[in-house]
Design a protein around this ligand. Sequence first.
Ligand code: PLZ
Length: 455
Amino acid sequence: MTASATEIVYRLPQERRLVTDLPGPRSIELGARRSAAVAAGVSSILPSYAADGDGGVLVDVDGNSLIDLGSGIAVTSVGSANPAVAAAVGGQAAHLIHTCFMVAPYDSYVAVAEKLNALTPGEHDKRTALFNSGAEAVENAVKIARRATGRDAVVAFDHAYHGRTNLTMALTAKNMPYKAHFGPFTPEVYRMPMSYPFRDQFGSDGKAAAEHAISAMTTQIGPDSLAAIIIEPIQGEGGFIVPAPGFLTTLAQWCRENGVVFIADEVQAGFARTGTWFACEEEGVVPDLITMAKGIAGGMPLSAVTGRAELLDAVHASGLGGTYGGNPVACAAALAAIEQMETLDLAGRARHIGETITSVLSETADELAAQGKPVIGEIRGRGAMMAIELVRPGGREADPALTKAVAAACHAQGVIVLTCGTYGNVIRLLPPLVIGDDLLREGLGVLSDAITSLA
Ligand code: PLZ
């Protein structure tokens, strides 16, 4: 694998080009229509309305070409209109858009299941069920774990994000905006401390952090009542928190010894994003169940639960399903997207992207420190899932105001970055894995300048 993107042929010029102020007049007009038509509770990060996209750029309705460092939240890893995916979608749509797999089954559902069984970690016998969204996959993983174990309790961790449905809101940690005023929540969900090396008392000792959580699970729940623990191998919305080495492996080991189902929520970190097919591979963790979505189908809505055959097959006939789960067009897109990840070695590109981001932002952090403005508290993540945590100089106090200002400055200059984190002070970078080096570096330059001038 070389660092160049030479195998990738782009349809749109891979450039940042601003032809109006942002948002431009057409976006402003759409914004006015939107306010009168779209529910106020649904918000958007960008004020610009998207019209086209390819590789590392999104083009808005005013003709501005923006550098995309967000991929629609880690979805468009193969590009936002990957030609192979688009062809697969069009080809499938011309024949069968929908039958409902529970009514008339079709081969692409089976092919996606075979593919996921092969790609996910572990050599054991596996089964797969397909759904539409990340939250739906998480809900079903919990259903499967409860059915298979006959136990009720589920553990999620501090800073976790698992979705916006009732059960997944309960699993999600952050109150605002995800949970506030939306209760009551489902019972039998317990929250345990997460390894957060930058902030917790265990630092890089993942084993100690896990033992702390295990002691709390033992005393507060008891393994005999615990169906599953669910954890993001690298937390997404919570702040791109990479648990200290040993945390995941110690938890997985304890789960194995106690008949607790270990669910890896790879909705955000999976599918080559972190430089391996799945983020839990880094430490050799083999989950009992894996939830997947986002990057799986090049932008089409599809999600999956893959895991141990004896767990998935413990569910009674017709216990799992849904009208649209594993829709034929979404399955065709997934097969094409996975093929693109393989032929373009997007996992290799993700690692290269991670190296580039780390080197550019480390330099920025050093310069800021030399100027007496050490606001980059930590650069962390893996592959093309990288983030910086912004703090008040001289300590670890979160700086959400600076974070917001930096993101807004990037947006005004045509670079899409996303924020995240329990404390709202993390800038996360999730570029499409097909982004070219020059464009990535230009986007990072804008980000570095924004931090430097606002710090
Ligand atoms: N699990 C790990 O990251 C979705 C949420 C965006 P859905 N993350 C983006 C928002 O504000 O709604 C996510 C995730 C992890 C589950 C989910 C849920 O996936 O496809 O959004 O339901």
